[in-house]
Write a protein that binds this ligand. Structure first.
Ligand code: TYD
Ligand code: MG
Length: 457
């Protein structure tokens, strides 16, 4: 009989330890180790190793020159949803394992059901549900009017039985909804525990690589925004996509956080309707609130992934009753905002020390690039002065600690997007501005220093 062994695994990073300790030695988190019981290594050895043992004649691994390795062409299949393909890097790759994370109710199951159904005609799919009943899945599929040819569903959470079914059915695509419900018999830990999630996902990854089956893992996110369970899931898979959006808004953004087959930070934009998720072909239009010419609003051109996007940054600056005024950034990084406010004071001569400052990116979108610096400060200034920015104006640019405005990548592409959408003025870093001072009829104001930019606004 296999001898059981106790180990400890970190809930944050998934590292194993043989002894309990208060702090994880790998990621430094406190009080995150939980006990798991693993079967002895002998019982989980690969079949070949089990047959032959260590003394047996297993083919030794061989070193191969990379030039002699046969390269399978990376065949991509369209998911039938253009925005989804874009985030995947141009379609789904055979054998790829894709983790789709997001808040409950954001639309992960809907998106994957739609994608698997639209691929089902050419690639048979298996939708494994651990959270909903088969009747619920079938009900949703028919409500969405999806073609059900070639789509099979399985209500099961035991990974052994799932893989058994998969081996019989030989689907080309498997959806595991959700990875947090999976468990394996080889561990005695409770289903849902970190070790169960990690081991079950590892089995699916191995299956995907051995058979060339594409696997989607659905994962819930924690309050901190990471995928619940060990971060190691992110290392094991080929791509990690996050589904984001305001709960109040019907727009949803799918973002590539990691992708071995495409650009990271690529965005796909969807709208949730009564017939499921629909692509939004011209996303620039939806992130503008339409309330331009209000104090505290500044439109910027961000370039997340490979596409420029117009988004609106809003600020509200108000005198604070608190001794420690509040600084709240939604859709932006809070520390960066605090830094920018310090630059605004030191190099722009605008003090906000006694003011509450709230900054929000409209539409529930998250902007991670530094091109948002200048728009953030312009919106703060506009709110503080209670004066709107000039009409039809966009801005972008990084703000350095010494008050200089630094260029950002793909300036021309950003200007083009703004001009296409009818903007008339752009305040941009000098190196991003065309020499002529205008671009397709749009006046382009080049700035070197924060003080210049504030003057122009
Ligand atoms: P779901 O895909 O179940 O979310 P997740 O798997 O991420 O938890 O989506 C559930 C939400 O989407 C639910 O609040 C209802 C809404 N919805 C629609 O608005 N229209 C639809 O056609 C569908 C299927 C769901
Ligand atoms: Mg779901």
């Amino acid at each position: 009989m296999a001898k059981a062994r106790t180990a400890y695994v970190c809930n944050e990073c998934g590292a194993d330890f043989s002894k309990w300790q208060g702090q994880c030695g790998a990621c430094g988190a406190w009080d995150t180790l939980s006990e798991i019981v693993v079967e002895s290594a002998a019982s989980v050895k690969s079949p070949a190793a089990r047959r032959s043992g260590w003394a047996g004649k297993v083919d030794p691994p061989r070193v191969t020159a990379l030039k002699d390795v046969e390269q399978g062409a990376e065949a991509r299949v369209s998911t039938g949803i253009g925005e989804f393909d874009r985030v995947l890097g141009g379609g789904l790759v055979a054998g790829a394992v894709v983790l789709v994370g997001g808040d409950p109710g954001i639309g992960k199951s809907t998106l994957l059901l739609q994608a698997v159904a639209s691929m089902a005609a050419s690639l048979p799919g298996l939708y494994v549900t651990g959270e909903e009943s088969l009747a619920q899945v079938a009900g949703r599929a028919s409500r969405l009017g999806l073609p059900l040819e070639g789509l099979n569903a399985l209500a099961e959470t035991g990974i052994e039985r799932i893989l058994e079914q998969a081996a019989q059915l030989r689907p080309r695509i498997i959806v595991a909804d959700s990875v947090q419900t999976l468990w394996t018999e080889s561990l005695t830990a409770a289903p849902g525990s970190v070790s169960q999630v990690r081991e079950s996902a590892a089995r699916l990854v191995r299956y995907a690589k051995e058979t060339g089956t594409a696997v989607f893992l659905v994962g819930h996110v924690t309050k901190e925004g990471g995928i619940a369970g060990p971060r190691v899931l992110e290392h094991m898979v080929d791509a990690v996509l996050y589904f984001e959006g305001d709960s109040g808004s019907r727009f949803r953004v799918l973002r590539a956080f990691k992708n071995r087959f495409g650009a990271v930070n690529e965005l796909g934009v969807f709208a949730m309707g009564d017939r499921g998720l629909k692509e939004v072909p011209n996303p620039s239009a939806i992130f503008l609130s339409g309330s331009a010419r209000q104090p505290g609003s500044c439109v910027m051109v961000t370039r997340e992934g490979t596409r420029p996007l117009l988004v609106e940054v809003q600020a509200l600056v108000d005198s604070s009753p608190l001794s420690n005024p509040r600084r709240v950034a939604v859709g932006l990084e809070g520390n960066r905002m605090a830094m920018l406010l310090a630059v605004l004071h030191r190099h722009g001569g605008v003090a906000t020390g006694d003011q509450d400052v709230f900054v929000n990116v409209v539409g529930g979108i998250r902007v991670q690039e530094t091109a948002a610096d200048l728009p953030v400060l312009l919106s703060v200034l506009s709110s503080l002065r209670d004066a709107p920015l000039p009409d039809k104006t966009i801005a972008f640019g990084e703000v350095g600690l010494s008050g200089e405005i630094r260029p950002v990548p793909n300036g021309e592409e950003r200007l083009k997007e703004a001009a296409t959408h009818g903007f008339l003025r752009a305040i941009v870093p000098r190196a991003n501005a065309p020499k002529a001072g205008s671009y397709k009829g749009m006046q382009v104001i080049a700035v070197d220093r924060l003080a210049d930019a504030l003057e122009q606004a």
